[in-house]
Design a protein. Structure first.
Length: 288
């Protein structure tokens, strides 16, 4: 199993072949989310949307997953009353006009992993629009403070404080271990790729290896509010997902943040790709 432990851009800021592989699968995942979102109609259930994502990706050669696709509709986008992990899995909740939704998918393709979150709504929803607009400041804060090599736990707390100032609640607190991000790596291609509780066994093994090595060296592959994340950003690739909630509606983005051991601030950390749906939306709103 190949793990990404130290990554840098090629000369002139160009991506290495390794990073292009991760970028390509992330773009594939976002293309899937946009294609499925365009097909959502009243009456479609979360389970329908998850099946649509799986089918779209399998048609394009995806056979393995960090985790199988999720879909959350309505107040489930804010993880309302979530208490146990089983509540994260898709349900028979049906989409209604004006309802927010989140598609979360994590395919592995050609050995490269992505984990993305796509927020949308079926028609007009001012609360969702506000949440999505407010997420831009979180993307900027996270990158800035990672470049400053602040401890991950402190960055997490700063993200949460920003949410409070914006009038929102922290919904990634509801994830297992309260994580805002986790490391991802390359995995070995297999013709048969089993899953366990919705997660690919190869990816779980990779995460477990990172956790074992990290425990020995004083870092964790999980970015959480707890003491095991009280260390500077570890070089590698991180799937980052700040998740805001407000009055029963949630919104988030999830994308890959590259952390390197470079002394150059611009190359020490950067978002893998700026050509993503939520980034384009912010750019279009500024240009309008």
């Amino acid at each position: 199993m190949a793990a990404v432990t130290s990554v840098t851009p090629a000369a002139g800021g160009r991506l290495t072949p390794e990073l292009r592989g991760f970028r390509d699968v992330q773009r594939l995942a976002y293309a899937c989310a946009e294609a499925v979102a365009a097909q959502l109609r009243p009456g479609v259930t979360e389970r329908d949307a998850a099946r649509m994502q799986r089918a779209w990706l399998r048609e394009r050669g995806v056979r393995d997953w960090f985790h199988l696709p999720f879909a959350w509709f309505g107040d489930r986008t804010a993880f309302a009353n979530f208490r146990i992990p089983l509540q994260f899995f898709p349900t028979h909740r049906a989409l209604e006009p004006g309802m927010a939704f989140i598609l979360d998918l994590a395919p592995v393709h050609n050995g490269f992993t992505a984990d993305i979150g796509y927020s949308g709504c079926l028609g007009l929803n001012p609360v969702h629009d506000r949440l999505l607009a407010d997420l831009e400041a979180h993307r900027e804060l996270i990158l800035r403070e990672v470049r400053e090599r602040r401890p991950l736990r402190e960055i997490y707390e700063d993200v949460e404080r920003l949410m409070v100032r914006q009038g929102h609640t922290n919904r990634h607190r509801a994830y297992p271990f309260g994580v805002i991000a986790h490391k991802i790596d390359r995995v070995r291609e297999r013709r048969f790729a089993p899953t366990l509780f919705g997660f690919g066994t190869q990816s779980l093994k990779s995460l477990a290896n990172d956790a074992l090595h990290g425990h020995r060296d004083g870092w964790s592959p999980l970015w959480s509010p707890y003491t095991f994340s009280d260390h500077p950003p570890q070089p590698g690739l991180w799937a980052v997902e700040p998740h805001l909630g407000f009055r029963g509606t949630g919104a988030k983005f999830e994308e890959i943040l590259v952390v390197t051991d470079s002394k150059d601030p611009q190359e020490s950390a950067f978002w893998l790709d700026d050509d993503l749906p939520h980034v384009r939306r912010w750019q279009e709103e500024k240009a309008a």
